[in-house]
Design a protein around this ligand. Structure first.
Ligand SMILES: [Zn+2]
Ligand SMILES: [Zn+2]
Length: 85
């Protein structure tokens, strides 16, 4: 309904919870370093629409007022399955 609504990510790192929007990165090394160390996880496939549900507090925009939504970390989506993290 809102133009600001974003597409959901397609992959999630099982180790750090990082996300990717690139289908090519699924099953590839994450390599993010959110805590100063390179993550050794891989991006798991979460490309199906059923893997995600739009974040309710921010209505899928990733923003609450002008700040990043804390419920979805600014993604605008939350995983429907807890196995990922
Ligand atoms: Zn990672
Ligand atoms: Zn949100």
């Amino acid at each position: 309904m809102s133009d600001a609504k974003k597409a959901h990510p397609v992959g999630v790192c099982k180790i750090c919870g990082g996300i990717t929007y690139s289908i090519e990165l699924i099953n590839q090394r994450c390599g993010r370093s959110p805590h100063g160390r390179r993550c050794s996880g891989k991006f798991a496939n979460a490309s199906r629409d059923s893997d995600w549900k739009a974040c309710e507090p921010c209505d899928g925009t990733g923003k609450l007022d002008s700040a990043q939504c804390v419920y979805c970390r600014g993604i605008g989506w939350n995983l429907t399955k807890p196995w990922i993290i």
